[in-house]
Design a protein. Structure first.
Length: 365
């Protein structure tokens, strides 16, 4: 199949080709192995390809400055493969994240551990189906991480700037793993931390778990493959981190107030999971001791009914926390846009980055 001229479509084609090859590789190992690989393929369906888009944008921002004529820069296989590898790594993170959060759905479909649990039951196998689903999801996430490495390395075989790209990718992997641990730790450690430190601690989690991983590192990965110099790297980094933070804060708002038809997860899901986000920290700061205790008693209860979720949402609104987070989103997005002023980056690419910035932080139902 000839690669599409549309870079995002080319990324999707690269993913499809990779999965087809993996399916063929494991087909002879029995139905169980084939089903496991299919679960990996299922984990890659859907999504906005946001990390791939930022990777391609980072590459373009630098590549345009290297062009010697007016013809548009066209990403090579190294860039397409890296962008696709980011999408596989993201799928791995979601599989593990849903397992950690005990989420039932992802993008309107059963979460991976729930799908594996259902497959166990449908097959009539022995043992605990739920335990099988959890164990299978751990291994599925690990498989997807391995796939992301495989695809990245396949693209870097002849890449001029492979070493720089590997360094960015490795740092991203380490940071998101530490960030994920800090996220689950905060749900337990908050009781020993002063209330006035919770917002700062939540921002640290948002930085490591999402801001750098979702936006900053994909940008820098693409830029590295284009041969970015130190000034270009600094500019994209200064753009990517505050934008990534704004993106995560928007996601936090959607996790409490979002429409399930849009988010693919139940409204108020983060409240049932007890996520210690900036939104929650700001809410608790404004409550007196009695109201804070009542808020804490409900937060993190997976059996919350619609009335209780509505009450928590209203408490958050009335506290002013939602307005404060919206203001922080706006400030962070503005900081990101300011970082591009005067940067030695392609003009067309910078316009694309500004559009991505608006799309990533826009209010949604």
């Amino acid at each position: 199949m000839q690669a599409s001229d549309d870079p995002i479509e080319a990324v999707s084609q690269r993913l499809a080709s990779f999965v087809t090859d993996q399916s063929a590789t494991w087909a002879s190992e029995g139905a169980e192995a084939a089903g496991f690989v299919r679960a990996g393929a299922d984990a890659l369906t859907g999504g906005k390809r946001l990390r791939a888009r930022f990777c391609l944008a980072g590459w373009q921002a630098v590549a345009e400055t290297r062009s010697t004529d007016d013809s548009p820069a066209v990403p090579g296989d190294d860039v397409i493969a890296a962008a696709a590898a980011l999408e596989i790594f993201h799928a791995a993170a979601l599989v593990h994240d849903d397992l950690i959060d005990n989420s039932d759905t992802r993008r309107g479909r059963p979460a991976a551990h729930r799908a594996l649990e259902a497959a166990h039951r449908a097959a009539g196998w022995a043992g605990d189906a739920a335990a099988f689903g959890r164990s299978g999801a751990i291994l599925l996430g690990d498989l997807l991480v391995a796939w992301s490495d495989d695809l990245l390395e396949a693209g870097l075989r002849t890449a001029e700037h492979a070493a720089a790209a590997r360094e960015v990718y490795a740092l991203m992997r380490r940071e998101v793993t530490v960030g994920q641990f800090l996220d689950i730790a905060e749900e337990a450690a908050y009781v020993t931390s002063p209330d006035d430190t919770h917002a700062e601690r939540a921002l640290r989690v948002a930085s490591l778990k999402s801001a750098r991983y979702s936006v900053q590192h994909p940008l820098l990965l693409g830029a590295a493959l284009a041969g970015a110099d130190a000034a270009q790297t600094r500019a994209l980094s200064a753009f990517g981190h505050p934008l990534g933070l704004a993106f995560q804060l928007r996601d936090d708002v959607l996790g409490v107030f979002g429409d399930s038809a849009v988010t693919g997860k139940p409204s108020g899901d983060d409240l049932c999971e007890g996520k210690r986000t900036v939104l929650v920290a700001y809410t608790r700061e404004s409550l007196d001791a009695g109201a804070r205790a009542a808020f804490d008693a409900l937060l993190g209860d997976p059996s919350l009914d619609d009335a209780q979720i509505t009450a928590l949402q209203q408490t958050i609104r009335d506290s002013g926390a939602l307005d404060r987070v919206e203001e922080l989103i706006s400030r962070s997005a503005a900081e990101a846009d300011d970082a591009l002023r005067g940067a030695d980056l392609g003009t067309e690419a910078m316009q694309g980055l500004l559009r991505l910035s608006r799309d990533a932080t826009a209010r949604a139902a």
